[in-house]
Design a protein around this ligand. Sequence first.
Ligand SMILES: *[C@@H]1O[C@H](CO)[C@@H](O)[C@H](O)[C@H]1NC(C)=O
Ligand SMILES: *[C@@H]1O[C@H](CO)[C@@H](O)[C@H](O)[C@H]1NC(C)=O
Length: 526
Amino acid sequence: MKFYISTTGIKRVTISSSGSAVKGSLPTATASRRIPSRTVLPVVLVLGIALPFLFVRIAFLVLESAAACSSPLDCIGWRFFTGDDASMKLREELTGALVEATTGNVNEEQIESFNELVKDMTSKGHDIKAFAFKTKAMLLRMEHKVQSARQRESIFWHLASHGVPKSLHCLCLKLAEEYAVNSMARSLLPPPEYVSRLADPSFLHLVLLTDNVLAASVVVSSTIQNSANPGKLVFHIVTDKKTYTPMHAWFAINSLKSAVVEVKGLHQYDWSQEVNVGVKQMLEIHRLIWKHNYNNLNDEDFEYKGHKRYLEALSPSSLSLLNHLRIYIPELFPDLNKILFLDDDIVVQHDIASLLELDLKGKVVGAVVNSWCGDGCCPGRKYRDYLNFSHPIISSNFDHDRCAWLYGMNIFDIEAWRRTNITATYHQWLELSLKSGLALWHPGVLPPSLIAFEGHVHPIDPSWHVAGLGYQSTEIHREILEDAAVIHFSGPAKPWLEIGFPEVRSIWNKYVSFSNKFIRECRLMG
Ligand SMILES: *[C@@H]1O[C@H](CO)[C@@H](O)[C@H](O)[C@H]1NC(C)=O
Ligand SMILES: *[C@@H]1O[C@H](CO)[C@@H](O)[C@H](O)[C@H]1NC(C)=O
């Protein structure tokens, strides 16, 4: 399937340099000062509406004054701005006709362009009422066309974010094949001499739940390349059954000199019946919430600006098992006590060892709460953006103005987590949501997590985690982006997709090994 997406309506992520703090070497040319396409469209629209009126006004004035003035142009200047009784009357008449006009009157003969309108008016000598009908009908049709084009564009853009690109699919197939034919690709991960590190608390444990081999490779290689002591790192990658062999093959072949990587498939876990039932129920309720929202979508939800969160919430990731399993981290890693949890759509840019040494002050999760834009500044990330405050259960329990914390780069004290009822609370709220009509929150993993981790969050410095690089309207200063320990492509425009924003995709591409045989064969391009 191929989507053609017009670039005009899509706003790019803008990276701008703030004036004073710019270092000499920074490519300030990237400080984008272009006119955003979002402003161009309304301007064109306004001009499209205003120009015909202006034209008509002038035309009538010329006709009127032709009789009275020796040179019509002399009169226009004066009359256009002041207006005499006759033109006032004309204006009233025209306004009246426009208000009265309904599109139904002129359906038999649709006028599609301004030129046609002029031709029609001059050839048939219509009266002012007929003119008003035709103009209004034309404008309404144009307006409708623009709106539906915007809706379509916005839907295509979101659809484009849902598919798995052919090149990634190819990579998986080739690696799975390699796993079958090459014993190197099946070699133990980690090698036996390193197995003892897997549960050793003196090492730094990083956790990834993903089915995207390329994305996992970028997370791992960016973390290692920017680490002062990569020998201290232990990666735990959990993937689904179908991705297990390609994921294993990739990390077995591309062995990392220093760090240890473990790849585990969900089919290798031997969970209790209780956990299995819990996971199944959790997925089912998330699916029902998703379906409820999907069924309740109406046209306005596809508006270009307004409700884009609805569309995002409906992305397939809000149905993905690996995405939801994070609430079972204590069950996934029974031997670990403290971990760094990483989403697969991130790039690590600095040494993150000190993050794992951070004191969480007895809390369970360390997360960025405030944004890089200042205290209490969390645009689009308040509780009201995730939870339905029209519902009494939500409005009586939570504050709609609170900042939501960022998921995707978090330190978890699993030991502390085990002492709480967080996972159980999460489940209770899912059940409550089911009982109360599935309308408590938007689909996704964060809303019920905000509730379950209530009171267990330790805020960390915003420079640890800068998120939102996959949204259309994110504007982040270049220095903030460079200073961030972890940048996160949260939002639909993932860097491995065609719709990824080139301005930030280059950062991600730095860590893709384009010289790798499989990546070249699958034509993954930087
Ligand atoms: C967890 O829930 C149980 C039963 O609902 C309760 O007895 C216990 O106090 C709770 N523990 C914590 C730490 O909240
Ligand atoms: C929010 O809750 C109210 C009250 O139950 C409900 O009528 C409404 O449909 C809900 N909104 C969404 C988006 O689910």
